[in-house]
Structure formats: C-alpha cells, structure tokens
Design a protein around this ligand. Structure first.
Ligand code: GDP
Length: 387
C-alpha cells in the first residue's frame, strides 16, 4: 500500500475528528517512519485496538506500531511536560519501546506554560469574538516563532545560560503585553533543566534523518493534525488553527520536497460535506470516508453538493466569513439504507443505497474512495478495490 522510499500523507479534510487516528494506525502497519509535521497537543486522535483505547495529542498515532520510528518534525510545537504525560499514559495502556523509537526535531518550538496562560488571556480579551481555542498555547507559540523570539528544542539542548537569557526575554515581552501574567522564572528554569536531560536522548536533526531514510527505501507516513478547514491560510479564518494543516505544512514542517510525496489521503466523515470545489479535493489522491455507520438509521440523506452566492453557483471556497455566511447550500437527496453496517467488511456487502452514497461522493469530489469506516475499531474498515 505505501510506496517504498516515498511519503504517504493522511490529512483531515473537514474540521477535525474525521478519524485520522484510525486511518494512520491502519496504514502504519506498512510504514517504517510515522511523522507529525504541524500543530501541537491541541490535536486529539483516538485509536481503538482490541477494545482498548489509546489517546494521542502530540504523538503520531502510528507510534503504536512497534516497528515504526516516530518523528515530531520542525513544524510541530511541543509542550514538553504534556509530551511526557502523554507518553506515560499510553505506556500504561501498552505502548512499547517509545524511548528507542521517538525522534524529536531540534528545530521544533517549545510551548511553555506561560504560552498557555497567554492563550487564555487572549481569548478573554476577545470576549464574544473569542476563537474557542483549546488554550494549549499553540497560537502564542507560533506567534513567538514568527516574532523570532521563540525558543526551540535545540536551544534547550545547548548552553543553558543562553537558554535562560532567551527565556527571560520572552517572559518579559509577554509581561509587557499582559501585566497580570505571573511566571516564576527561577522554578520554571529549574524544571526545564530537568526536562533538557529527559528529552536529550530523543532529539535529532530530523531533516537529514528523513532524507537518508527515504534514500534507503523506507516508507514514510505523515499524519496531519487538525484539518483543511482549520488551515491558517485556506480555512475559515479567523476560526482556524495557527498552522498550515493542508499539504504545504507537510513540506515545510518536515523539510520534505514535494517530489517525495506519493499519495495524499484525505479523511472525511460520512456526515459532513465540504463547501464548493476549492483547492482541497485536488490535493488528494484518494479519500477515506469514515463513520458511515453513523448514518445507518437515517431515512434519507440530504447531501450538500455545492453552494450558491448571490443566486449564482460558485466553484471556489469563499475567503471571508461574511461571504460564507451568505452562501446557500444546494442539496441532492438520497434514500437511506436503514440497516447496520458495522459488521460489513467488503464493498459488495454494503447496502445498495450506501454504495450509491459512496459513489456520489466519488463523483462530486472526483477522487476515489479507498476505504469506508463502519465503526471505531481497527477492524471496522471496508477496503474499496480499484476498478
Ligand atoms: P481525528 O482527530 O481525526 O484523529 O479523529 P479522532 O481520532 O478523534 O476520531 C473521532 C472518533 O471517531 C474517535 O472516537 C474514533 O474512535 C471514532 N471513529 C473513527 N472512525 C470511525 C468510524 O468509521 N465509525 C465510528 N462510529 N467511529 C469512528
């Protein structure tokens, strides 16, 4: 399934929670390396294996596969205490040997606790206009990165005196903006001295590592966090996340040239449609349609197949929230299938009306549906053969 010496990418095509975790877990069976390229622990992926659940926020879901190396790339922002907490929680559930398999980019930026406090303060300041962020400090950390006073994992690995100086400068900058921000600099630095030693064995220059792995014919899988509609450039700005979670973020967040990318798999939930044609479907070579089972009991399905703006059908994705608010959906109605699909494992066992629905999605998106999800479990997948 994955191509030797190439990169396969899994991206959410809606607003998140499409079930990317399960798709990545499934594909990771063939992968040598699984990577995260953007975002931080504001993402959430659930993988159900043999009835047990693993929860991932920062780690790639593919880390469950004991054969895979896992990379947190340069485009990811890392809250180190959160990372260790996540590792410990998943270790208790059976995650094995992560110490020899997890690799962290020295270029990744650090999310500090004060970034999280600032996130909360910024949301409060916005009042009724708040963005509904997860308050995990992701936006403020990307702001520090863009302002060029952020601290990277590499800074923590170097001279601790210099790290301390930069840390103090960053805190002072934020305290000027938010005078009520309290940071116990001495104890924070003490804590980070400890984290530096814990994280050191995991840190590498990941760009060269990935290039050598690809040259040696290894299969690389990239797991996008968040989703296309939350992309800072192409999503529903300002209600978006603070990174590029469409295909561009894969190249910049891992240092991968576009020519290394073989397949781009878009994950979509069966019950949310996307707007217009826009740039998104053209990014994908294939789609994974999840949660079809959720529609099992519907008598009919009203599928939004496009939008009208000022009475005219549009073939682009509106760039402003005010334009989006005025678009009018165009529906096509299909009959439901009124039967349980959870136990279905092949396309010919799917009820006819469910197959018609899958076909409509393929026709409208002009992209092949490669898999259909019919339940949360690892086994609840219908592979759609290529004709
Ligand atoms: P992600 O953020 O895109 O990785 O999405 P999550 O991992 O948070 O998935 C959302 C939820 O959907 C999780 O509880 C999954 O176990 C569940 N899920 C994934 N695929 C399916 C499916 O095909 N059917 C059903 N019913 N649930 C699914």
């Amino acid at each position: 399934m994955l191509c030797k010496g190439k990169v396969t990418v899994v991206l959410g095509a809606q607003w998140g929670d499409e079930g990317k975790g399960k798709v990545v877990d499934m594909l990771a069976a063939d992968a040598d390396i699984v990577c995260r390229c953007q975002g931080g622990n504001n993402a959430g992926h659930t993988v159900v294996v043999n009835g047990g659940q693993f929860f991932f926020h920062l780690l790639p879901s593919g880390i469950i596969n004991p054969r895979c190396k896992s990379i947190l790339g340069n485009g990811v922002v890392i809250h180190i205490p959160g990372l260790f907490e996540e590792l410990e929680q998943n270790e208790a559930k059976g995650l094995k040997d992560w110490k020899s398999r997890l690799i962290i980019s020295d270029r990744a930026h650090i999310v500090f606790d004060f970034h999280q406090q600032v996130d909360g303060m910024q949301e409060l300041e916005k009042g009724s206009q708040s963005l509904g962020t997860t308050k995990k400090g992701i936006g403020p950390t990307y702001s520090s990165k863009a302002t060029r006073n952020g601290l990277r994992i590499g800074d923590l690995m170097g001279d601790f005196e210099k790290f301390s100086e930069k840390f103090k400068t960053l805190v002072t900058t934020y305290q000027r903006m938010f005078p009520s921000l309290h940071v116990d600099v001495k104890s924070e630095l003490e804590r980070y001295k400890g984290y530096a030693e814990r994280i050191r064995p995991l840190v590498k220059e990941t760009v060269h590592y990935l290039h050598s792995a690809l040259k040696n014919g290894q299969n690389v899988l990239v797991e996008g966090a968040n989703a296309a509609m939350l992309d800072i450039d192409f999503g529903t700005y300002p209600y978006v996340t603070s990174s590029n979670c469409s295909i561009g973020g894969v190249c910049t967040g891992l240092g991968l040239p576009p020519s290394t990318i073989d397949q781009v798999i878009g994950v979509i939930k069966a019950y949310t449609t996307r707007v217009g044609d826009g740039p998104f479907p053209t990014e994908y070579t294939c789609v994974c349609l999840t949660k079809l089972d959720i529609l099992d009991t519907l008598p009919e399905l009203k599928v939004c197949i496009g939008y009208r703006y000022n009475g005219k059908e549009i073939d682009y994705f509106p760039s402003t929230a005010s334009e989006l608010a005025k678009v009018e959906p165009i529906y096509e109605t299909l009959e439901g299938w009124n039967s349980k699909t959870e136990g279905v494992r092949s396309i010919d066992q799917l009820p006819l009306n469910a197959r018609k629905y899958v076909q409509l999605i393929e026709d409208k998106l002009n992209v092949r549906v490669g898999w259909v999800g019919v339940g949360a479990g690892r086994e609840s997948v219908v592979k759609v053969p290529t004709l």
